[in-house]
Design a protein around this ligand. Structure first.
Ligand code: CP
Length: 291
């Protein structure tokens, strides 16, 4: 009973739609009391605001009790390993572990060694399943369907687990996905298009933060040049189709990939995405511990 949520590749479309339907029901006010008193441990080994705290809110809304983890105050500082830290938390007996870690597919080393269900809050540049699900929920609320929509994912694509997860799942759901941005961060397999063309033709323009913390070399462009060439500003907004929207997984850097005036403009769905994150995570928790 119950399922981990580690990535989306292994979920068929009907299972993805079923999570979105449950998330929409929570969004619309459904209350579920079956998990009251269960325990969740949120283990974020990388910084997080949205994922960590919206999981926390989702857990509270479902009546779970929540244990949070502070890496800086933990025995990681005494060279305890990632595996041993997770194994220790699992030995406390929680029902659920929500984990974010810098290593791609960190969860493979845990499978078969922990009793709690695992929800992946992001692994390196690999997967961010709940972010993609909240992106999908936001798109479905906006357009009512997926088939035939054009999506442009723009920015530091090669370091982005959001780009990798979305490119795969959105294609499977019938969307036409392209990527754009500085060539140093592009991946040839991900349907690269020049920036202006990508912005003009898309229903969804999804911007990405430059992930300096993952770079081996300093970005070749200055921040000013990046903003001039790839940053969404008022003038570039005018290129967008009627009805097209701006999305961003956030955190966003104002004045780099997005101008101040675009963050809360009428096309922006950034804070709608954040709000949907709570409902998608409620659905993921219910699937893990109940369904
Ligand atoms: N989108 C996202 O994963 O944000 P956080 O890093 O703040 O969790």
């Amino acid at each position: 009973m119950g399922k981990n949520l580690l990535e989306l590749k292994s979920l068929d479309v009907s299972e993805i739609v079923s999570i979105l339907d449950q998330a929409q029901a929570f969004h619309d006010g459904e209350v579920f009391r079956g998990l009251e008193g269960r325990i969740a441990a949120n283990l974020f080994f990388e910084p997080s605001t949205r994922t960590q705290y919206s999981f926390n809110v989702a857990e509270v809304k479902l009546g779970l009790r929540v244990v949070s983890f502070n890496p800086a105050g933990s025995s990681l500082q005494k060279n305890e390993s990632f595996y041993d830290t997770v194994k220790t938390f699992d030995s406390f007996g929680p029902d659920l572990l929500v984990i974010r870690h810098v290593e791609n597919e960190y969860y493979n080393q845990l499978l078969g060694h922990v009793n709690a269900k695992i929800l992946n809050g992001g692994d390196g540049t690999g997967n961010h399943p709940t972010q993609s699900l909240l992106d999908l929920l936001t798109i479905r609320q906006e357009f009512g369907h997926f088939e035939g929509l054009k999506v442009a994912i723009i920015g530091d694509v090669s370091h982005s687990r959001v780009a990798h997860t979305n490119f795969e799942v959105m294609g499977r759901l019938g969307m036409e996905v392209c990527t754009s941005g500085p060539e140093e961060y592009m991946e040839t397999a991900l349907n690269y298009k020049p920036f202006e063309e990508a912005v003009r033709e898309s229903d969804v323009v999804m911007l990405l933060r430059v992930q300096h913390e993952r770079h081996k070399e300093k970005m070749h462009l200055s921040v000013e040049e990046y903003h001039r060439r790839y940053g969404m500003d008022k003038q570039k907004l005018s290129w967008m189709k009627d009805g097209a929207i701006i999305m961003h997984p956030a955190p966003f850097n104002r004045g780099v990939e997005i101008a101040d005036e675009v963050v809360e403009c009428s096309r922006s769905r950034i804070f709608k995405q954040v709000n949907n994150g709570v409902f998608v995570r409620m659905a993921a928790i219910k699937r893990a511990l109940w369904d």
